[in-house]
Design a binder for this molecule. Structure first.
Ligand code: AMP
Ligand code: ZN
Length: 471
């Protein structure tokens, strides 16, 4: 049995798909900057969710939006559009900014070995459909116009905000009114300001402008998945505003809550404060690289805590994760046998963990007890760990170990069967230089090996070379 925590009812529920294929929608990035590793924690959780469904034998259709318009600097529908603002600051077009950071996002998720959604859809590619949706809301009497745009009247929907803690959204407490009828009302269509010089704007029945960002996800999920679909995910901040606003529009337009399950990942924090661009306490994956941490080590850190727990980021925590991942990779590299049968016993334990609301810390415990189990045959261990990696996604399959004995020196190479000749030569040269005590020159050889995409590590009786081409 699979159980997930459903934010809609605030408890764990058994998950059974509505149709044969599981339909999953995840709120995607706002592409005005690099994703920070807090954002990426959420995408890692969503990827594990998808992998667990696949592991259980389900087919999954996964849609993710790219927010390239309409996400304003403030949650109360005020402030500048994030993409337009960045374009102005960098002297580029808004389209170029969106394109660049979309591609960077795709590279980031690849580095984390996150499976690509089946459909990536840009908000700017569904403007017509968004206008159609707003027209339906208007016809049904749920909209009103004020100076800066068309708004949704949340007081007209009795069930508004069932998932949220509405006390947080009292007038003046968190959201300013700015002419709205109710503090929870939100923009469906914003008018371009005459002095603003927007690059992304469209004609609509209400005037030239752009859609509010809560409308895009309603349209895209309905367009590609239909209503209702199985699971809608995002970070925990979406419980209060973005997701209640999506639900409100879908209920009015399509007559029901669009998703059966709503799942949310907790925040990544730094010094126990939420990691965010506005607080300027964030790191991107490229910053981790500078700190010499690998993307997969970050993934290890994330999986070692539950997705509904806060995770505090620190150098020490990353060092621990990097060590654990290396240990795991080395243990797998040491399993120099053909994979045999998967251990049913361990698989049952692993499934029990991940099917219990994605308990990845528990799943990692199962991994370590498997590797430490002296009674298991190596071939079974290997098959089982590679099977678990379908969920964990540490690319353990790529870790192949081939031994090359050269001049009685053991050179292990990970990741590829065949050792490039030049690497072998430089490794030997470095070895001889070290023997001669010429450490400066030996270090130069190490740099050359790095330049060729490998990392060299001293091991007993020789060296281990690891491909860093993907790092
Ligand atoms: P954005 O690009 O701002 O639309 O955010 C992308 C995703 O990251 C959303 O699902 C957010 O809820 C999530 N998110 C934002 N900050 C954090 C954080 N510090 N930790 C985890 N998830 C976050
Ligand atoms: Zn969304």
């Amino acid at each position: 049995m699979i159980k997930f925590y459903n934010s809609k009812v605030r408890k764990k529920q058994e998950f059974v798909p509505l149709q044969e294929q599981v339909r999953l929608y995840t709120c995607g990035p706002t592409v005005y900057d690099y994703a920070h590793i807090g954002n990426l924690k959420t995408y890692i959780f969503e990827d594990v969710l998808k992998r667990v469904l696949l592991y259980n034998g389900y087919e999954v259709k996964h849609v993710m939006n790219i927010t390239d318009v309409g996400h304003l600097a403030s949650d109360d529908d005020s402030g500048e559009d994030k993409v337009e603002k960045k374009a102005r600051e960098e002297g580029k077009t808004a389209w170029d900014i969106a394109e660049y950071y979309t591609e960077e996002f795709k590279k980031d998720i690849e580095k984390l070995n996150i499976k690509k959604p089946d459909i990536f859809v840009k908000a700017t590619d569904t403007i017509e459909e968004q206008i159609e949706l707003i027209k339906i809301l208007e016809e049904k009497g749920f909209t009103y116009e004020i100076e800066d745009g068309i708004y949704f009247d949340t007081s007209k929907l009795d069930s508004y905000g069932e998932m949220a803690n509405l006390e947080d959204i009292e007038p003046g407490k968190r959201v300013s009114m700015k002419g709205k009828k109710n503090s929870t009302d939100f923009a469906l269509w914003k008018f371009s300001k005459p002095d603003e010089n927007r690059q992304m704007e469209w004609q609509s029945p209400w005037g030239v402008g752009f859609p509010g960002w809560h409308t895009e996800c309603v349209v895209m999920s309905e367009k590609y998945l239909g209503t209702p679909f199985d699971i809608h995910c995002g970070g925990i901040d979406h419980i209060e505003i973005h997701h209640p606003n999506e639900i409100a529009q879908a209920k009015v337009a399509f007559g029901e809550n669009p998703a059966k399950f709503w799942m949310h990942g907790e925040f990544l924090t730094v010094d126990n404060e939420k990691m965010s661009k506005s607080k300027n306490n964030f790191y991107a994956l490229k910053d981790l690289k500078e700190m010499t941490f690998s993307p997969l080590a970050y993934k290890y850190l994330v999986l070692n805590s539950h997705y509904r727990s806060k995770l505090n980021f620190s150098n020490e925590a990353m060092e621990g994760a990097e060590k654990s991942l290396s240990k795991l990779q080395n243990r797998v590299a040491d399993l120099e046998v053909e994979a045999g049968d998967v251990s049913e016993d361990y698989k049952e334990k692993f499934l029990k963990a991940v099917n219990d609301d994605l308990n990845t810390p528990k799943a990692l415990e199962v991994v370590w007890s498997l590797l430490k189990d002296d009674k298991l045959e190596e071939s079974v261990k290997k098959a089982t760990i590679l099977d678990f990696d379908k969920v964990l996604g540490f690319e353990l399959k790529k870790i192949k170990t081939v031994n090359h004995s050269v001049d009685s020196l053991l050179i292990k190479i990970e990741g590829e069967e065949k050792m490039p000749e030049d690497i072998k030569k430089i490794t030997l040269k470095r070895h001889k230089l070290k023997e001669q005590g010429n450490y400066k020159k030996a270090d130069e050889m190490r740099d050359r090996i790095n330049d060729l995409g490998y990392e060299i590590e001293d091991i007993k009786n020789g060296y281990k070379l690891k491909s860093i081409k993907n790092g």
